[in-house]
Design a protein around this ligand. Sequence first.
Ligand code: ATP
Length: 327
Amino acid sequence: MEYKINCIGILTSGGDAPGMNAAIRSVTRTAIFNGIRVKAIYRGFRGLITGEIKEFQTQNVSNIIQKGGTILKTARCDEFRSSEGRKIAYERMKEEEIEALIVIGGDGSFTGARIFAQEFNIPIVGIPGTIDNDLFGTDATLGYDTALNTITQAVDKIRDTASSHERLFFIEVMGRDAGFLALNSAVASGAEAAIVPELETKVDQLAELIKNGFRKSKNSSIVIVAESEITGGANGLAERMRIEYPEYDVRVTILGHIQRGGSPTAYDRILASRMGVAAIDALLDEQRNIMIGIVDNEIVHVPFTKAIKHDKPLDDKLMGVLHILSI
Ligand code: ATP
């Protein structure tokens, strides 16, 4: 018998990321193209519980491919962490005749999706949407490329003032569990170093920097720092510098939420478009409990259990590149 899905639900959950709208557009249009109805669920899992749900047609996703944020809104939903909350969500899905879900979000969202899918035997496919790029099994997540470009442009501007005043800048970027943004933006902006969470407990990265003759031929420097509770982020490191190395004129910039916003890059729009089509293809192919990923430019299916494991490695070679180019 032919496998058929008549109606899907789509939601965005966790932190917003540029490219989520392009993914909503792609999923909606691909589903309708295949004769599947689309129900848009607002405010992540919370909307599934409270019933903030609206049927989408193709024109509901017109003129959004270029927009940052998510038109479906996003929210953190503690109720979904309890089995009672998930039971209400399931009842709501049945009421709305939603037979499968597309979840666009990060590791927390996929953790919730995995539990929900198993409890009620629901087909769920995830699309990775998080600027941190911390999901295993995909070279890139939606929003990562845009955030990287935003950071690089901001650092270029800070460099102008850093060099005029001969200062040392610690610039804090997002990524408390993963140093992809910090390392890659450091290389892209010609920074002297990146302080990343992957090395926090292994070495004293600040002391290493100084020991290795940091800044020997330069009058200004930029160090990109991933936010962190262990190092205290850019403020924590700057405080240490002022005490341990008072000869430096240290300044701090915390880039904050500008990293999340803005129009997605062409790369993120194309990635979102491809992943949206792949997500519907996967559902029609009876796949479930998987995240769509991209590896070496090919679409792949990654079980949720693997995607959320937090063991995506940083590129050691790129760290080497940064080190060589900062002499
Ligand atoms: P980001 O990486 O941008 O922070 P995220 O998807 O990891 O995004 P979270 O806030 O961790 O964001 O999770 C989003 C939502 O997923 C939570 O508010 C909750 O509703 C659901 N969720 C997370 N973990 C669980 C869990 N263990 N059980 C059930 N639901 C969960």
